[in-house]
Design a protein around this ligand. Structure first.
Ligand code: SF4
Length: 351
């Protein structure tokens, strides 16, 4: 381990860097693999039906185990933690965990990604527990298309009410993640942008990706961000703005008329692996170093076999220092379309 490790504080003066020089900055923590939506591109109902066996409680990391991993990760440079799922608000005690994570040394950004349908009843408690901000996945402002894209489970009014509640309690700037699919919801994007213009809420338009193994991804379903940008600029003038930090996934734009900001996440046509600083922890304790990973490292086994904090940190360091993932840069659509490579499902690692 190199000299910038402070043995007293058991922390590093600068984040450890992977084999491509990318610092460890973000840790995404999936709290559970269950969800109350059945979005066809992530958790199709046919597969994830009522009798589907999700992880049992004892198979999921306990809060103590999550805190141990997060503490080690922060000591190696992590400063941004995002809580995800499945749907994290299905975890009824999530506020207890948030209260503990927000106190960890090094955490300066604690966010949560949710489908928003339970947000109204949680917003106040989340803010009181110390959560900094939320991101809501909302693929369309057309209630019928939204319902279809959420596998018949999404109630648009409830999600919009949740966004309002989060905004009112100060869990902003709220970000809205929109997965854009050709001939599915791309024709409703301008309406969605219109709805959030001037509200301070930031809409991020995400190119449809070949995550996992079930979404039947084809390149001709992708709406390249530059095409979307051109169609939006026919309606509103936009200008590019700088990233908030190196490694931020979205390319940011602002409306020239001052109505706010939007972003483009273009993993297919403009991959951003070069700055990718994200590690992912699944609900059952697997650590993944890429959204398109086909394998991970089992931290739960080490945690439950008595690994102490130094050993845990050495395991995390070893994983990150050897990391060389750059799937999106190497993606060959003609290969990806055949779904030959078995990848870990997105809902298991929290997107
Ligand atoms: S493909 Fe993997 S390495 Fe590239 S940006 Fe996405 S998660 Fe990071």
């Amino acid at each position: 381990m190199s000299s910038y490790l402070d043995t007293e504080k058991r922390s590093v003066s600068r984040p450890i860097a992977d084999a491509m020089g990318r610092p460890l900055h973000d840790l995404r923590i999936s709290l559970l693999d269950q969800c109350n939506f059945r979005c066809p591109y992530c958790m199709p109902e046919a597969k994830f039906h009522a009798d589907y066996e999700f992880l049992k409680r004892h198979q999921r990391l306990t809060y103590d185990e999550i805190i141990r991993v997060a503490t080690s990760a922060c000591s190696l440079g992590v400063s941004k933690i995002r809580l995800t799922g499945g749907e994290p608000l299905l975890d009824k005690n999530i506020c207890d965990l948030i209260e503990r994570i927000v106190k960890l040394s090094g955490v300066d950004d604690l966010a949560l990604t949710t489908n928003g349908i339970l947000l109204s009843s949680y917003a106040e408690k989340l803010a009181a527990a110390g959560l900094h901000r939320v991101t809501v996945s909302l693929d369309s402002i057309d209630k019928n298309i939204f319902r279809k894209m959420s596998g018949g489970k999404g109630d648009l009014e409830k999600v919009l009410a949740g966004i309002k509640a989060a905004e009112n309690i100060g869990l902003g700037p709220i970000k809205i993640n929109v997965v854009v699919q050709k001939a599915v919801n791309d024709h409703t994007i301008l309406d969605l942008l219109e709805y959030f213009r001037g509200t301070g809420t930031i809409v991020r338009l995400i190119e449809f990706m070949d995550v996992g193994n079930r979404n039947g991804w084809q390149m001709n379903q992708v709406v390249p961000s530059h095409v979307l940008l051109e169609s939006i600029q026919k309606r509103w003038a936009l200008q590019p703005i700088d990233q908030n930090y190196t490694g931020e996934v979205a390319r940011r734009y602002e409306y020239v008329d001052g109505s706010g900001e939007i972003g483009f996440i273009s993993s297919v046509t403009e991959p951003f692996c070069g700055d990718c600083s994200r590690a992912r922890l699944s609900a059952d304790g697997m650590l993944y170093t890429c959204l398109f990973a086909n394998q991970g490292t089992d931290l739960r086994e080490s945690l439950r076999n008595g690994a102490d904090d130094d050993e845990l940190r050495d395991i995390l360091s070893r994983i990150w220092l050897q990391r060389a993932d750059r799937y999106s840069e190497l993606r060959r659509p003609e290969v990806a379309e055949h779904h030959v490579l078995r990848k870990v499902e997105m809902y298991r690692m929290g997107g």
